[in-house]
Ligand binder design. Structure first.
Ligand code: DP6
Length: 360
């Protein structure tokens, strides 16, 4: 717990720090919550951090006079003493993503959890920028909350809070976004159903020649967030129960196939997971469909590549983008196949990244 401090000792702007986090691609999908209030997943998921999709976030302690008036009780010691800070004594955050101010509601639960965990109740400012379009289904919220969780925990540590473990940081990131729990853990991570945090299955060195080709179909922001879509699926899709039941079996099997580095066998499960997730949402009321005609062209291209013996296993999240799992040897074949399709820019090729890092 940090020592009590008065206003003179409040951290100043030069205490800023910078972190880098990666988007996390689910090979086995998280879709649906067991507990919405605590953001606990209904299904186990397995993900990998993508080196090509990065978010950098600068975090600064904010000046006390810049705090919103609702934070009048900020930096009282109660959260530090009983670890159950009332809502109005949590840290306040001013966040910009690529220069655009964000609504505070989306990160308020996260900031409350942060204050309860670390005892840090000062105001913060964060400036985030992504190497890829935000909100288009490329896991920007996973990367964004992983960066925030790592950066905030490091800032609190520099101000006297105990160092948080990677699992604690993952649990904090989860409060912001379920997939962010995985993004805090590098390499291959598993986030079990009902769990508070993700854990590592293997680091990036376990499978150095695994690659993901990212085919961006459109950079338009999606109209329906993954949070709202998965909740509608849970509440209205008659297939939701079957999806949850089946997910457990798929995740167990995927762990074995990752351990064996068996791309063909893993790829088959990766395809089943995304297809079943989308089947469950297509059956929601009203139906949810993120796919665009160009997405289907990419899926056709993958079918054709596999018929020619090229390992190309597609997956899709809550958006129209298609990510293709392959290996280093076959990346060029995949890229050549995509040339005839009008994508929103050149496809990105990613390998697996390790943990997010504190850069300064
Ligand atoms: C389709 O992590 O964005 O990308 O926890 O409500 O913030 P919240 O949801 P979010 O959902 C990600 C869904 C997914 C699959 C996945 O990443 O596992």
């Amino acid at each position: 717990m940090p020592a009590d401090r008065d206003d003179e000792q409040l951290p100043q702007a030069q205490d800023s720090l910078q972190v880098r986090a990666y988007a996390n691609l689910a090979l086995i999908k998280y879709w649906g919550k067991r507990d919405s209030r605590r953001n606990l997943p209904a299904t186990p998921s397995i993900g990998i951090n993508l080196s090509a999709l990065q978010v950098r976030t600068d975090i600064y302690p904010d000046h006390p006079e810049a705090r919103p008036s609702t934070s009048g009780a900020a930096h009282k010691a109660d959260a530090r003493e009983d670890r159950a800070a009332p809502e109005d004594s949590s840290s306040q955050l001013r966040l910009t993503i690529d220069g655009t101010s964000q609504e505070p509601e989306r990160h308020q639960d996260f900031m409350t959890a942060f204050s309860q965990t670390t005892g840090y109740t000062g105001a913060l400012r964060a400036e985030s920028s992504a190497s890829f379009p935000a909100g288009a289904g490329l896991a920007s919220s996973a990367a964004g909350f992983a960066a925030l969780a790592l950066g905030c925990s490091e800032l609190a540590r520099r101000h006297g809070a105990p160092r948080m473990t990677r699992e604690d940081i993952s649990a904090l990131a989860r409060v912001g976004s379920g997939s962010a729990a995985r993004a805090v853990i590098g390499g291959f991570s598993v986030f079990p159903a009902g769990a508070h945090h993700a854990t590592q299955l293997a680091d990036a060195a376990h499978w150095p020649d695994l690659r993901v080709v990212i085919a961006t179909v459109t950079t338009r922001r999606k109209e329906l967030s993954s949070r709202d879509a998965m909740e509608r699926t849970r509440l209205t899709s008659p297939y939701f129960g079957a999806w949850v039941e089946d997910a457990e079996r798929m995740a167990d099997e995927a762990e074995r196939r990752i351990a064996a580095r068996d791309l063909e066998a893993l790829g088959e499960l990766v395809r089943a997971s995304y297809a079943r997730m989308h089947a469950s949402m297509l059956a929601a009321r009203p139906p949810i469909r993120y796919w665009l005609p160009v997405s289907l062209q990419v899926l056709d291209a993958c079918d054709s590549l596999r018929r020619d013996g090229v390992p190309a296993f597609e997956t899709m999240d809550a958006g129209p983008q298609v990510k293709i799992l392959t290996n280093a040897e076959h990346v060029d074949r995949v890229l050549t196949k995509l040339e005839g399709i009008s994508l929103a820019g050149t496809p990105l090729v990613s390998s697996i990244a390790d943990d997010p890092e504190v850069l300064s």
